[in-house]
Design a protein around this ligand. Structure first.
Ligand code: ADP
Ligand code: MG
Length: 733
């Protein structure tokens, strides 16, 4: 009888041998500058295809966030098609980001029929708008399926690019009634809100500032697994994670994988991945092993948040494509393996002015430093006021397994500032206005207390347990999951900070109008803020139990159940915040939470079913087969030996038989209980209640079943075990 696990192992070893040859010759021959962004219709290239006059208008509109006129779109479309066709494109697609996660496309060819005659065409309208008839994309009640009209519309701020023979046009996806059905729409709205609010605050310090934008530098973590092994694990194939599997004796204890030499086969994959990513204009620069075996990370140089997010989504799909060529599968799930580190996507976030000033970096003069402190403290305020919402923006059925586990940011949002900044804030807090703001005879301002070094030490202690850390010139939102669209987290952060800056400005202006000096008012308000948001600052160990108690005491959001965390989208302060910033209206917030609950339910439902199938079809049969072997042995011993001898000779077998029986029985009963719990959960009337029922009843039963299945894996004869084991999944590369 053949065992699929051994078949898979044989194939995996073959893959290992064959891929030692580097497949990506092209990347080896060329220099990066020769192929960077060759698949992108960059502003530089547009100049060759589109008249200067049209481009001037286009760029001006894009840079000022204005809508593009259709006439302009028509001319641009002609240029785009010419470039795309010259580069082998036959089709085009609007490329958008539905709430299911990932990206969606619908390809159309570059031609139409006019009076029966085939015409090569790509009109301004096709560039502008497409109707993907997307009735099956989740919308959380915004669209009824019989009114299934949503349309995608061109986002001219992110350049079009090629994937193979297809021209991809980054687009937003909205309902006919105007509500957002995607992540990009509110992300763009949030950058507009932030730009406006931050510019107004900048005006206190520097009137030159016309724009502020947010930057994002993501760090994408992922696992690789051999394709043959992956295909022999139905749970990996269908849910993206292993639903069972005993820990490997050697796992990540030695931490010898982290930053170690990259295995040859993986390096070949990475080189090709980087080549493809660079061609797509994604400035990837960093690659290394991560903490867990077979876990890796890639990171680009930061870009404007909207573009960076497009690039991250694009990288995720390029990864999957390139991995297949190397007989790998890439696992973007946050927690593919229990007991080893999960994967996150740290989002490095900062604000930058059109004059090139990073608002989260200390400056060269007192005004710039006061500006830095102002923005820093306002971010702290925003994170404090909306800590529950920010957590809601990163939770999911998959990230749930990572949060609160020992290698991941805990399920409480707090901010790590580090020693230097803490000292600065403490001094400001304890200083009088006279001490802090010194205006000399020449009317120059000096910060009397806050002696801020121009370059903050890159404190690499960095407190890896913090979900939201200040790292010298940016904040790093670490709680974001590896499979997530980081837009969800970024739009919540942008909007929260925008709202906070609006409140700040209103407060400061009111006092200036009453005749108080600007510098003094700024100092007073900042000082007040430093005190009032202190609860969000925490530099200690975020994994400790003491912190959980302390955080609850401080009034931070300590909820750990994902379905209940999702409620934060609908909290009055969230609705108000998203409303005043025009990022999401109440209907959109309802729809989003609805989709979150619905997706949560579906994922758990699938996992629970797959788990039932696996234990019934793989685990229990293996256990029974082994039990039969042992029973036959017991009988044989009885025939050969005397009764006295038999008892001791069979003792070990008896023992194992009993264990097999115990765990098998528990699994069988567990599956029955889990199925019943699922049915009961499915009968709940709304998605929220369903999600709560899945979380409270189905999830714990899955954990029980897993425990018994993993115990069986340890005792059953290795030859009979059909599912690839952790040591194989994690160490073959
Ligand atoms: P880490 O030590 O956190 O792993 P990396 O160098 O791997 O740091 O990644 C840091 C990420 O932060 C990169 O994407 C980098 O471009 C980005 N980054 C650096 N400076 C800024 C900034 N001012 N704003 C946003 N992102 C930044
Ligand atoms: Mg990193």
């Amino acid at each position: 009888m053949s065992n699929i696990r051994f078949e898979a192992l044989k194939n995996a070893f073959e893959h290992q041998k064959e891929v030692q040859k580097d497949k990506c010759q092209t990347a080896n021959d060329k220099r990066v500058k020769d192929y960077f962004a060759t698949d992108v219709f960059t502003r530089e290239k547009m100049k060759e295809y589109i008249s200067a006059e049209v481009l001037e208008q286009l760029f001006d509109d894009v840079d000022n966030g204005r809508t593009i006129h259709r006439d302009i779109a028509s001319v641009v479309a002609i240029g785009i098609r010419k470039w795309a066709v010259e580069h082998g494109a036959t089709h085009f697609t609007h490329w958008f980001q539905p709430l299911t996660g990932g990206t969606a496309e619908k390809h159309d060819a570059f031609f139409t029929l006019k009076n029966g005659v085939l015409m090569e065409e790509f009109s301004g309208d096709s560039l502008y708008q497409q109707e993907p008839d997307a009735s099956s994309f989740p919308n959380g009640g915004i669209r009824n399926t019989f009114e299934a009209r949503g349309y995608s519309a061109w986002d001219p701020s992110s350049p079009v690019f090629l994937i193979g023979d297809t021209l991809c046009i980054p687009t937003v996806f909205v309902a006919y009634t105007g509500e957002a059905l995607d992540y990009k729409t509110p992300l763009i709205r949030s950058t507009a809100a932030l730009c406006h609010a931050a510019r107004e605050v900048c005006a206190y310090f520097d009137k030159q500032v016309k724009h502020v934008h947010a930057n994002l530098g993501w760090e994408q973590e992922y696992f690789l697994v051999d394709e043959a092994l992956y295909n022999a694990r139905p749970d990996l194939m269908l849910t993206g994670r292993t639903l069972m599997g005993h820990n490997s004796a050697k796992s990540q204890q030695l931490e010898d994988h982290y930053f170690g030499a990259i295995p040859a086969r993986v390096l070949a994959f990475m080189r090709e991945l980087e080549y493809e990513a660079l061609k797509a204009g994604i400035p990837v620069r960093t690659r290394h092993n991560e903490v867990a075996p077979n876990q890796f990370e890639m990171a680009p140089i930061y870009e404007d948040v909207n573009l960076a997010n497009d690039h991250n989504l694009l990288v995720m799909s390029i990864m999957e494509r390139v991995a297949e060529k190397h007989h790998f599968r890439v696992l973007l799930h946050e927690k593919p393996y229990a007991g080893v580190n999960g994967s996150g996507k740290h989002c490095n976030w900062s604000m930058e002015t059109n004059t090139g000033i990073n608002l989260l970096a200390p400056g060269k003069n007192p005004y710039q430093n006061l500006q830095f402190i102002t923005f820093l403290v306002n971010v702290l305020m925003a994170v404090h006021r909306h800590n529950g919402l920010l957590k809601a923006s990163i939770v999911s059925a998959t990230n749930e397994h990572r949060l609160g586990a020992n290698e991941a940011p805990p399920a409480i949002i707090s901010v790590f500032l580090g020693k230097q900044i803490t000292e600065v804030l403490d001094k400001l807090e304890n200083a009088s206005a006279e001490e802090a703001i010194i205006i000399n005879a020449k009317k120059e301002m000096k910060l009397g207390v806050a002696n801020i070094p121009e370059i903050l030490l890159d404190n690499t202690d960095r407190n890896r347990t913090s979900p939201f850390a200040f790292t010298g010139n940016r904040f790093e939102f670490r709680a974001v999951g590896s499979s997530a669209n980081c837009g969800a987290a970024m739009l919540a952060l942008n909007a929260a900070v925008a709202e906070q800056l609006m409140l700040f400005k209103a407060e400061v202006d009111a006092r200036i109008e009453k005749g108080e000096a600007k510098e003094r008012v700024l100092f007073d308000v900042i000082k007040k803020y430093i005190v009032s948001c202190k609860a969000i600052r925490f530099d200690g160990n975020g994994y400790s139990d003491e912190w959980k108690t302390e955080a609850a005491h401080r009034g931070l959001d300590c909820e750990t159940s994902v379905p209940l965390i999702i409620d934060r989208y609908l909290a009055p302060e969230s609705i108000k915040m998203f409303g005043v910033t025009n990022v999401l209206n109440e209907a959109e917030l309802h729809s989003r939470s609805e989709v979150k609950w619905e997706t949560y339910v579906k994922k758990l439902q699938i996992e629970s079913r797959v788990m039932g199938d696996l234990v019934i079809n793989h685990v229990l049969p293996a256990a029974k087969r082994y039990q039969t072997m042992l029973l036959q042995n017991v009988l044989a011993v009885k025939q050969v030996f005397s009764a006295d001898e038999t008892a001791s000779l069979n003792e070990m077998d008896y023992n194992i038989i009993k264990q097999l029986e115990h765990h098998s029985g528990a699994i069988y009963a567990g599956v029955e209980a889990m199925t019943e719990a699922r049915h009961k959960a499915n009968r709940q009337l709304d998605e929220r209640s369903k999600a709560i029922a899945y979380h409270d009843t189905v999830l714990p039963l899955m954990a029980d079943i897993r425990e018994h299945a993993d115990a069986l894996e340890l005792i059953v004869d290795d030859e009979l075990w059909t599912l690839p084991k952790y040591r194989e999944l994690l160490f073959i590369h």
